[in-house]
Design a protein around this ligand. Sequence first.
Ligand SMILES: NC(=O)c1ccc[n+]([C@@H]2O[C@H](COP(=O)([O-])OP(=O)(O)OC[C@H]3O[C@@H](n4cnc5c(N)ncnc54)[C@H](OP(=O)(O)O)[C@@H]3O)[C@@H](O)[C@H]2O)c1
Length: 332
Amino acid sequence: MNITGNTIFIPGATSGLGLGLALRFQAAGNHVIVGGRRTELLDRIATEHPGIDAVQIDTADPSSIEKATQQVVAEHPELDTVILMAGIMEFEDLHTADFLETAERTIATNLLGPIRLIAALVPHLSSRPSATIMTVSSGLAFVPLPATPTYSATKAAIHSFSQSLRVQLADTSIQVLELAPPAVATTLLGQENDPHAMPVDEFLDETMSILEANPDATEILVDRVRFLRFAEAEAVSTTFSPCSAVVFDRGEWVRERLADSETGTRCSGGGEEERREPEEDLGRRGQHIQAEQHSCHREQQRAERIADHERPRRSSLITRRALPVLSTETTR
Ligand SMILES: NC(=O)c1ccc[n+]([C@@H]2O[C@H](COP(=O)([O-])OP(=O)(O)OC[C@H]3O[C@@H](n4cnc5c(N)ncnc54)[C@H](OP(=O)(O)O)[C@@H]3O)[C@@H](O)[C@H]2O)c1
């Protein structure tokens, strides 16, 4: 992707990474159209940043997608890029009655939304001399977070869909990019003040540098997401352990725990979280942390049993890699 001279539609740009990228792309010499549900934010962005246009869109609603994409194409026939940023992430607990509703909402927004947008925009984009579709997955596409199973699954699906889309559109002018962020400090899951999440500006700086330096890149991976992107290939992990679920996808944390595991079978994720954030301040999130601490203990016991029974075949794996990060199915 050439990072200048484009007309870029970003559904999901009223806040966070979408808004950040909108401003970076405008500064880099592109015409940007931001989209989202919150009209007061759309109005404010358009007022505060002359040159940026705004379109209201609910990407969970097929009729809204149809209306908004028709409007964008009619008002901006030079449109050649879409960044499919709109997404939601909510804690999902299979033990609660609202699990299914949350899961379905997540699929409608994070998976059906991008697919419907792509279907609506490919005819126009393929008429442009060169065009770009940027999908937005996550490090959690590659190492799922048990506290957000449907979210992680939608991001894995976006990764898979992007791969097929790239092949199917190879005979068109459309380039398919996949942006896979690590945990970044936005309000997505309330991690805006989390010191372990990547600061938004650092993420945007690195992302723009990658795009500028590698116009033919297909996956946009900042350094902090690479350990997740290649985790399975490197047999480092196949899922976050319950005890690491609360800490999201923090590279440093995982690496620290890998170092801990060199010396034994310790599982200390919940403890760290508890010290940093007293549970009574956390509301619903605190309940998850508490639940995960129990799981953490169970996992430790299970891992110790495996370590006992499966030596010597798996002992080096257990002590070297498995405990703090992994479920027990890692077999290499
Ligand atoms: N931050 C991270 O740690 C992280 C990591 C990996 C991937 N991601 C992905 O990055 C994307 C942006 O997330 P963020 O961190 O920037 O979170 P955010 O600040 O909450 O931004 C989410 C954006 O999506 C829009 N959106 C949500 N539902 C929508 C709907 N039904 N229709 C239209 N727009 C909708 C929101 O706008 P309105 O509310 O105005 O509609 C908002 O602009 C998401 O796809 C997320 O999964 C984020």
